[in-house]
Ligand binder design. Structure first.
Ligand code: HEM
Length: 414
């Protein structure tokens, strides 16, 4: 087992940390130490299958406190195991995988059109910040949070802050903690109102009235779970910024995006190619063995998400951006894992994956159809920063369309 603790290297190398380690062993499991604990790093579809294998790993002892305190919230579904997890997860799967997905994409599309009218002929805007506003407004409305109480100015920035600050202990982390405190308090009040009043059915009311062992969630935990819809949906902003980055790098793709099937393949390629979740962690519940390496009970197991998506044994030419690789074929349960692998109903795989794909494909289509340009700026992506994003957030200018004077038809064509 390697003796140096790797924790500092995560901070220094970011997304490159685990792939670099695993390259040294040709992709085989690597025994390491992180946060003073024994750990084994694994990657590849077989590793993902093992990671999600029934009862192999648990989460509640594996998630670092700073991540729970910012990204997920105390008592969130992410932190549960066994029957408690299955029960709460069923509610999320029910809320997030039905007909409502198209409605949410429509709401986001409407918000995009309203914003695009405002951008036209105006000064340059930050596509990242504007997209956060667009999605936060759409998802808040979709979730059923009363509009008068949604605080449209400050909410998107708070939701973004919770994601932006989960992997650092500096000022971004402090902003994330403050944003979470503010938003949990605010939503707990709304949950209490919903419980007192009759209101139309929505994800908000479902969470407010959801019970475990005959008891409602306390209002703070219910608020945490409402945030676990509106916060990650707003995080799709990162993917939209990456989509704009891809359209800037490979402008010929714009012409293809009007086809819905292509737009979905494009969304998958954005999720594979660009960095978001670097790796996932769980703790071995018993002595395990994977690909000849012993994993003692209590050791951490880290699944290398970014490395798996850039492994040429799985993806030919992994550093080429090619949506075509996802056209006309099903995707394996453990092959593309930006939001986890396996069955979302039984394991921890993200229940918001269909929503993510719908929002990303729709907004990428709107962007491809918009006439805009990028003024000089830094579009590079620093892979040591988690979560990464194009340095200047993709600033765009949307010019007023040039009107060609309408010509009256010539006499012979009347
Ligand atoms: C930017 C897009 C998104 C990314 C990259 C993402 C990524 C992830 C990842 C990596 C996990 C953990 C998987 C695991 O631990 O095994 C997860 C879980 C989860 N995600 Fe997402 N997600 C996204 C969007 C969404 C959306 C749109 C929603 C809801 C509307 C959502 C709700 C959740 C919930 C509730 C869980 C907890 C599942 C559980 O622990 O069983 N996510 N997501």
């Amino acid at each position: 087992m390697a003796s140096i603790d790797q924790t500092l290297l995560i901070a220094l190398k970011g997304y490159a940390w685990l792939p670099d380690l695993r390259r040294r062993t040709n992709g085989r499991p690597v025994a390491i130490r992180v946060m003073g604990q024994r750990a084994v790093a694994i990657g590849g579809p077989e590793a993902a299958r093992f990671f999600y294998g029934d009862g192999n790993l648990e989460r509640h002892t594996a998630l670092p406190h700073p991540v729970v305190a910012t990204l997920f919230g105390r008592g969130a579904v992410h932190t549960l195991d066994g029957p408690a997890h299955r029960h709460r997860k069923a509610m999320f799967v029910d809320l997030l995988t039905g007909d409502g997905i198209d409605r949410l994409a429509e709401l986001a599309e409407e918000e995009f059109e309203v914003a695009a009218r405002r951008w036209r002929g105006g000064p340059e805007i930050s596509l990242f910040d504007e997209t956060a506003g667009i999605i936060a407004t759409a998802v808040t409305r979709w979730t059923g949070v009363p509009e008068t109480q949604s605080d449209p100015e400050a909410l998107p920035a708070d939701l973004i802050a919770m994601v932006d600050g989960f992997a650092t202990l500096g000022p971004r982390h402090a902003r994330a903690l403050a944003a979470r405190r503010r938003r949990e308090r605010w939503l707990a009040g709304i949950i209490e109102n919903v419980r007192r009043e009759q209101s139309t059915r929505s994800p908000l009311t479902s969470i407010a009235h959801y019970s475990e062992d005959g008891r409602l969630l306390d209002s703070r935990t219910a608020a945490v779970e409402v945030l676990n819809i509106i916060r990650p949906a707003t995080a799709v902003t990162w993917l939209v910024a990456f989509a704009a980055h891809a359209l800037d790098q490979w402008p010929h793709l714009r012409g293809e995006l009007h086809r819905d099937e292509y737009a979905r393949a494009f969304a998958h390629e954005v999720r594979r190619f660009y960095p978001f979740a670097p790796f996932l962690g769980g703790r071995a519940t018993r002595d395990l063995r994977f690909q000849g390496v012993d994993i003692p009970a209590g050791a951490l197991v880290l699944l290398d998400v970014y490395g798996q998506h850039h492994d040429e044994r799985i993806w030919p030419e992994p550093y080429a951006f090619r949506p075509e690789r996802f056209l006309g074929r099903p995707i394996g349960e453990f092959e593309l894992i930006p939001q986890g692998g396996g069955d979302p109903r039984t394991g921890h795989r993200c229940p918001g994956e269909q929503i993510t794909i719908a929002l990303l494909a729709t907004l990428a289509q709107r962007l491809a159809a918009l006439d805009y340009y990028l003024p000089p700026q830094r579009t590079g992506i620093d892979l040591s920063r988690i979560p990464a994003r194009p340095r200047d957030g993709i600033r765009i200018v949307v010019p007023v369309p040039v009107r060609t004077p309408s010509r009256s038809p010539g006499p012979g064509r009347r």
